[in-house]
Design a protein around this ligand. Structure first.
Ligand SMILES: [Zn+2]
Length: 155
């Protein structure tokens, strides 16, 4: 059994941001599919994590040590990203008696989750469509001249 700890996960994260966001993704139940298989102390995890898009994550562990991980997102730096951290937390929940994501009792994490939900993801977004050109030039000449034919005055 590969018994990884919170510290192992934190150490694997390249940045504090990866760690925090990965933990938020985990608490937010972003793991769509999850499979792992283990033989001779070697554990291989395949998962799909929902972000802006869905990303495929692979993690290999041996004797409680993370050997390598990969993710199809653009933020993956060759070692970690938030999706990988999210999957590591999921592995820990399933195999290491780690705290489950629900029910949530961590208020600070709850606030983080709410804050992150407000933010766009940091993956590149589709280019926004060009705004329609305003049509005012077309209609300007149709506006009647209001005082045409009016000569009486009010007094
Ligand atoms: Zn990723």
């Amino acid at each position: 059994m590969n018994n990884i700890t919170i510290d192992d996960i934190r150490d694997w994260a390249t940045t504090q941001s990866d760690y925090t966001r990965g933990r938020v993704y985990y608490a937010d139940r972003r793991v769509k599919t999850y499979n792992d298989r283990e033989s001779n102390g070697l554990c291989s995890v395949d998962a799909v994590v929902r972000g802006t898009h869905s990303y495929q994550v692979h993690v290999t562990m041996h004797e409680g040590q993370i050997l390598r991980a990969s993710c199809t997102c653009q933020a993956f730096d060759g070692t970690s990203c938030k999706h990988i951290i999210c999957v590591l937390f999921t592995y820990r929940e399933k195999h290491c008696g780690g705290q489950t994501a629900a029910p949530r009792t961590d208020e600070r994490l709850d606030r983080l989750i709410r804050a992150y939900r407000e933010l766009p993801d940091d993956e590149p977004q589709e280019a926004a469509a060009e705004p329609e050109a305003p049509a005012e030039a077309e209609t300007l000449h149709l506006v009647p001249r209001l005082n045409m034919g009016y000569s009486g005055g009010m007094s």
